[in-house]
Ligand binder design. Structure first.
Ligand code: FAD
Length: 518
């Protein structure tokens, strides 16, 4: 049993997965002597609950109260502004400190601890550092034209993520753009569409940073197309998000009614289809249209089905292959249109073919070129590997068997790597709401606890290798943010918010966060 054992668990990543796992580990019977240390790249905890979940969904962020409770447990320690990095083979064996960082925007302000150093100090290490990259579209123009953004960048921007607080302007000037196209039809796509179309005054009471509110107030975006490769029955967005879009004051909804009617017939004909009731509700909702009529609305959005982007083009009239006239150089660097391949639905290879909800998209010969002035890629997040650990490049996650990290390329592909675990989006891929993440994290914590209970007496790490190893060895003059430090940042943000009549005024740079600390 765990009781009387002095076991130490290190968690990398302070999002919902990390906090839920910590709370579970510390609430299991016999965990009195278990200690959990959590390392978070940013000075701020909570991951995508703070920097992903939309600001006008504050109730979703209530999970943070539970995390705060966990953080106040004396058996828990928070090390913010600490980046865990993979060790790379150093050319000079005398200086093994060379590290490579599994993040696209390594913060020079964060202390960097090599993963190997953690391994010496913990009986189990749980990796929950999430998904910090985007899935690419893989089409021409995606990386070369201006005004092509990932939804992730924009989400981070409106949520005040310190690595993205100034990425948008002046690169993208919303005051000069009127038409946005979002590739992908999941909830993230609808969050982006809603923030673009919602009256900015309806956002002021939440925690959208003031510079973001100013940028949104200047926006001239009047039309947002939300494009998917499959049909209404395969829509990834949930009914709640769709309803919210359809209720936006002054925003009309445009859709191919024939496709919705067909989908309604299909769902009626297949009452046993996966999620039939929810799909029926969603289709009915879309058939009912928007509260604000399309004809009378100054802003609108559309759901467009059965279309895959094949190429992003500089202008509506030019094929990408056409020579660019010198005088048009500036324009030609900016996205002006999308060339789509139209799809049809075919039974997917993995299903028997009788369930329309699992159909796949297959390209037809039909293509169209449609104008736009801003493109968001919203086809999913992906994780990044930690050098020295297995990583599934295709799926963008750490291979695992119920949370135990495995190495499919080794001679024993199903044997877990001792003491190494993963959970959350890093383990499952970038799908699932916070509740899904919670159940996964609880299950992984249970697995960890049962594995730890099997460690022979006397073989635990027993706090041995120096409590303050991090500060002594790896801080390198950087400020490590404690939980009390975060509480101070939190208090300052709330106070600044209160003065402006909003939930909080987020501090949007690491420097400024550290500045408010004693
Ligand atoms: P994350 O929340 O991403 O946490 C990972 C943490 O690891 C981050 O804090 C990161 O800074 C840290 N980290 C990264 N690299 C390192 C490193 N090298 N060292 C140390 N730390 C590191 N769910 C809902 O239930 N409702 C919603 O309304 C909702 N809206 C969403 C909107 C968006 C735009 C997105 C993207 C997701 C949304 N979700 C929503 C899903 C929810 O956010 C996820 O289920 C959940 O956050 C996943 O938790 P996680 O801990 O696996 O990852």
């Amino acid at each position: 049993s765990l009781a009387d054992r002095h076991l130490r668990v290190g968690i990398v990543g302070g999002g919902p997965a990390g906090f839920y796992a910590a709370s579970r580990l510390l609430s299991l019977p016999g965990s009195e002597n278990t200690r959990v240390d959590l390392f978070e790249l940013l000075p701020t905890p909570f991951g995508l609950a703070r920097y992903g979940v939309a600001p006008d969904h504050p109730e979703v962020k209530n999970c943070e109260h539970k995390f705060e409770e966990t953080a106040r447990d004396p058996r828990f320690r928070f090390f913010g502004n600490v980046q865990i990095a993979g060790s790379t083979p150093s050319p000079d064996p005398a200086s093994p400190d060379t590290v490579s960082v599994p993040n696209t925007h390594p913060s020079s302000l964060a202390a960097t601890v090599p993963f190997d150093a953690l391994r010496d100090h913990y009986d189990a290490i749980l990796l929950t550092y999430g998904a910090s990259l985007d899935r690419p579209l893989g089409i021409p123009g995606e990386n070369t034209l201006l005004n092509v953004l990932s939804a992730r960048t924009f989400v981070n921007f409106y949520n005040g993520h310190p690595y993205h607080s100034s990425l948008l302007a002046p690169l993208v000037d919303l005051s000069k753009l009127d038409h946005a196209t979002i590739i992908g039809q999941g909830n993230v796509a609808l969050d982006v569409a809603r923030i673009l179309l919602k009256d900015v005054d309806a956002l002021r009471e939440y925690d959208v940073p003031e510079p973001v509110l100013a940028e949104l107030a200047r926006s001239r975006i009047r039309r947002v197309d939300v494009v998917g490769r499959r049909g209404p029955l395969q829509l990834a967005a949930t009914t709640k998000e769709l309803r919210e879009m359809l209720s936006l004051p002054g925003v009309g909804f445009d859709v191919d009614a024939g496709l919705l009617d067909q989908a309604a017939q299909d769902v009626a004909a297949h009452p046993k289809m996966d999620g039939a009731r929810a799909k029926k509700r969603a289709i009915g909702l879309l058939q009912g249209g928007s509260k604000s009529s399309l004809a009378e609305s100054s802003r609108s959005w559309s759901l467009q089905f059965l279309k895959s982007p094949a190429e992003l083009l500089p202008t509506a009239s030019q094929e990408a292959s056409a020579p660019t006239p010198l005088e048009g150089m500036l324009d030609s660097q900016v996205v002006g249109a999308v060339r789509y391949v139209h799809n049809e639905l075919v039974p997917s290879s993995s299903s028997a073919g009788s369930d329309p909800s699992t159909m796949s998209a297959r390209a037809t010969a039909k293509t169209t070129i449609e104008p736009t002035s801003l493109v968001f890629k919203s086809v999913g997040y992906r994780s990044i590997g930690l050098p020295g650990l297995p990583f599934d490049e295709r799926r963008g996650l750490i291979p695992n068997d119920q949370g135990r990290i495995v190495d499919p390329s080794s001679s024993k592909p199903n044997v877990p790597l001792a003491g190494l675990y993963t959970s959350g989006w890093l383990a499952r891929g970038p799908t699932g709401v916070i509740a899904t993440t919670m159940f996964d994290a609880f299950a992984t914590a249970d697995t960890i606890a049962s594995d730890l209970a099997a460690i022979p007496d006397g073989k635990e790490k027993r706090f041995s290798a120096g409590e303050e190893f991090l500060i002594e060895r790896w801080r390198g003059g950087k400020r490590v943010v404690s939980w009390e430090d975060w509480e101070r940042i939190d208090r300052v943000e709330r106070e600044r918010g209160k003065a402006k009549g909003k939930l909080r005024e987020k501090i949007t740079s690491v420097e400024a966060m550290l500045d408010v600390l004693p």
